[in-house]
Design a protein. Structure first.
Length: 505
């Protein structure tokens, strides 16, 4: 069956798009690599920005100004205005579908301060905001009867005469290549910060599959060199400790017990300040002990659990050891004011898309907002296109399934791509990380080129078809390689420091 709208990805952007496309009368199908409740959206803990003014003075104009300042002059002001002006309605819509926001003493949606904000603006559900939003969206999709097919790995976006007509996927359960036809396609597959491997807060699924597939189909990418490093990942695991901990009054201190930075500066500035301390030989800690047990258990319960589980310390009495790690990728598929790519019928939303609202550094609390505002826009735009479109082409007729084989030859596998993926993560964290210089970037570029030249010596050892995760991980690795080459090439082209791209030379 051909759908009007086919959505790839079941995180916040994808599920929001699905609901709004269906509301417009389109037939909708969602394909996802994992399961909706495992999407990266659930890891966005701090809150979703909206100038509600529930806690002190705030305004949409202030939200716009804060976003533009954080972006270091590289954001599209019209897109930022659209994002911020639609924020209050986005939060009201989430509230209406059952998101259990925390409330203040007057029963209004509670708002907290995050870095770079001039007022408490982040609407939150304790420190589980993304998870609560994601579960509410999923429940709403189920109640609306929206079809969601899990364990479908995106291979290619299929086009015909410059128009999208479907996608090919690898069914992870069966190992078979499948083709899904559709009048329009929305890519909502998330970001690519797992190119940094263990130096990332993201799940192992954040390998940029949708971005690479869109690129191969002819879409354009933008701002790929801008990667946000979150200041507070747990030192040993890179698990995220939310900015809400600093927004609530947590301190950053070094081994001497000294505070060395304003904790609520934009993330790029705080991450660099921590990095400077580490380079001096200092350890860095987050201190929330003074906030008290009652407050921590009520407002920051997840942060306490994560610190206990992954660092074996209790933030009530202990300092939390932290380091900056890759968290969010500002770059992605270039889209216009309707969330449309340069390919007819192909749309993108969420972290995989570049709407021009983050520029060189994303404002904390705007990522969840982007999912809802532009997820809605993409869903409505794709539905309108599909319902007015009468394409006769078919996507399934001439698909060469052999090109998705594990390897293109029968030579012995000589190199372990898992080990190489770890080495790439180390290389990128050091050379294409918080601070950069031409020498380090050139070394990274040469290393990626060398690895690409040896790709024919790598592959999946497991030759079975059913649930062959080894095969999936090799396909992800190839996507990571392609993205790494793109990121470092763009980073070399940007000679001046700007936000998350900080040149020490």
């Amino acid at each position: 069956m051909k759908n009007d709208v086919l959505i790839i990805g079941a995180g916040g952007a994808g599920l929001t798009a699905a609901l709004h496309a269906k509301e417009k009368g389109a037939s909708v199908r969602v394909l996802t690599k994992e399961y909706p409740t495992r999407s990266q959206t659930c890891m966005a803990q701090g809150g979703i920005n909206a100038a509600l003014g529930n806690n002190g003075e705030d305004s949409i104009e202030s939200h716009i100004a804060n976003t533009l300042k954080s972006a270091h002059g590289m954001a599209n002001e019209d897109a930022v205005r659209h994002l911020c002006e639609n924020a209050p309605d986005a939060v009201k819509w989430l509230d209406s579908i059952g998101v259990c926001f925390s409330r203040d003493k007057d029963a209004k949606i509670a708002q907290r301060s995050l870095g770079g904000a001039s007022s408490p603006r982040a609407c939150h559900a304790q420190d589980y905001t993304g998870l609560k939003i994601l579960h509410s969206l999923y429940d709403k999709c189920l109640s609306e009867g929206i079809e969601i097919l899990n364990e479908k790995f995106l291979l290619d976006v299929i086009t015909d005469n410059g128009e999208v007509c479907g996608v090919s996927v690898l069914d992870i359960r069966s190992g078979e290549v499948e083709v899904y036809e559709s009048k329009s396609v929305i890519v909502a597959t998330g970001g690519y910060s797992r190119v940094y491997d263990k130096y990332s807060t993201n799940s192992t699924a954040s390998t940029g599959d949708g971005i690479v597939s869109a690129l191969r189909a002819g879409a354009k990418l933008k701002d790929m060199a801008f990667v946000q490093f979150h200041p507070t990942g747990l030192k040993n695991s890179s698990i995220l400790i939310s900015e809400s901990a600093r927004g609530a009054g947590g301190y950053l201190i070094n081994s001497k017990g000294e505070r060395f930075v304003n904790e609520l500066r934009p993330r790029d500035e705080v991450a660099r300040a921590i990095n400077e301390q580490v380079l001096k030989g200092e350890e860095v800690f987050l201190d929330i002990r003074h906030l008290g047990e009652e407050f921590i258990n009520e407002e920051l319960p997840q942060e306490r659990k994560l610190a206990k589980l992954y660092e074996n310390i209790d933030p009530l009495t202990d300092l939390i050891p932290i380091k900056p790690v890759a968290h969010y990728t500002m770059g992605g598929i270039e889209v216009d004011k309707n969330s449309s790519t340069c390919i007819k019928g192909l749309y993108a939303a969420g972290e995989c898309a570049n709407h021009g609202v983050h520029g060189a550094n994303r404002l904390g609390g705007n990522s969840l907002l982007e999912l809802i505002v532009f997820g809605k826009q993409a869903g409505q735009s794709a539905a309108a296109y599909a319902l007015a479109h009468n394409a006769a082409h078919r996507a399934a007729e001439n698909i060469d399934v052999n090109k998705y084989a594990q390897r293109d030859d029968e030579n012995a596998i000589e190199l372990d791509f898992y080990k190489i993926k770890e080495e790439i993560g180390e290389l990128f964290y050091k050379n294409v990380g918080i601070v950069r210089c031409e020498k380090d970037l050139l070394l990274a570029q040469d290393t990626i080129k060398e690895i690409q030249s040896k790709l024919h010596l790598m592959g999946a050892v497991d030759t079975s078809k059913i649930y062959n995760t080894n095969r999936i991980e090799f396909l992800e690795f190839k996507n990571i390689l392609e993205l790494c080459a793109y990121v470092v090439r763009e980073a070399l082209d940007i000679k001046e420091s700007c936000g998350a791209h900080y040149r020490v030379d």
